[in-house]
Design a protein around this ligand. Structure first.
Ligand SMILES: [Zn+2]
Length: 293
């Protein structure tokens, strides 16, 4: 069951979709980045709100921010870590970062900014998030996450920000290149705060999923769906929740999360200033029709 709730704030169009659904598809912290059907459903209709006072939907950029994870069956599905008696949850952190990013973008640009949900208490299926981003012709679709590594991040020396992006040199190559450039621009902004830059993580499908032209599909769902829809889309991981200095310097207070959100926003503005709107070309075969697997 899906409920869509439209909320208009100030004079800019703001659509928050709250999607409630039953059933659990994510059970571990990494699952969300990886899980989901091979391809998201075809876009059947646009959910862009009707133009109204102050809206300028045609001439300015559209940004869709996707706060990673959310509650499923009463439990947060993202990673979490307890430190000094406080438990930190990825689901809550990504929701806060997304709101700070949105706030900064709305103050400092004329972009139309959408979140894929308005609460860390809900989880939206990955294919629906991408389908939504495509339906509003997102010029940038950014899924916000926090990393973790099994065991102890500090002893494993896993720290810093990274991006799961689509690989270039195959299906929708131009869009993949643009996604990588946008991701790198955001990573550079995060690095300026002091986060280590782990760079782009490009990974191929592990089960033989192919794009319509027969080339190997990307492994992570958000870049894979984005490539299928022909939109710029990727994941940004904002440091490791279980690496102590990442946690204490970047992820443990609202001020720190605000700094991350604003760095994301500055990277988004920097990229879109340079690249402009995306030329949206709907996938010819429809994302619902993978070539195989
Ligand atoms: Zn995550």
């Amino acid at each position: 069951m899906i409920h869509l709730k439209k909320v208009l704030k100030h004079f800019s169009a703001t659509l928050l979709i709250a999607v409630l659904f039953s059933g659990s598809i994510f059970s571990t912290s990494k699952a969300e980045e990886e899980a989901g059907p091979a391809f998201a459903p075809p876009v059947v209709k646009s959910t862009v709100p009707e133009a109204g006072p102050g809206m300028n939907l045609r001439s300015d950029c559209v940004v869709v921010l996707d706060p990673g994870h959310g509650k499923t069956d009463g439990h947060y599905s993202g990673c979490h870590f307890e430190y000094n008696g406080v438990t930190y949850y990825e689901d809550i952190i990504t929701m806060k970062i997304a709101n700070y990013t949105k706030e900064y973008l709305e103050k400092n640009s004329n972009y139309t900014v959408y979140l894929t949900k308005d609460s860390s208490e809900v989880t939206v299926p990955l294919d629906q998030r991408a389908s939504f981003a495509a339906s509003v012709h997102a010029d940038l679709f950014v899924s916000l996450h926090v990393d973790s590594i099994a065991g102890n991040g500090t002893t494993r020396n896993a720290y810093g920000a990274s991006s799961m992006s689509p690989r270039t040199g195959r299906f929708n190559d131009g869009i993949a290149l643009q996604s990588q450039e946008a991701a790198n621009t955001i990573l550079n902004q995060l690095t300026s705060l002091g986060l280590h830059n782990r760079g782009l993580i490009l990974q191929d499908s592990k089960n033989g999923t192919l794009y319509p032209d027969g080339s190997t599909a990307d492994y992570y769902a958000i870049p894979r769906y984005s490539q299928m829809y022909g939109i710029r889309g990727f994941i940004i991981e904002h440091g490791y929740i279980n690496y102590i200095s990442d946690l204490t310097l970047f992820l443990s207070t609202d001020d720190q999360l605000k700094a991350l959100g604003e760095a994301d926003a500055k990277g988004i503005i920097e990229y879109l200033n340079k690249a402009g709107k995306s030329t949206f070309v709907p996938a010819k075969q429809g994302p619902g029709a993978p070539a195989s697997n």
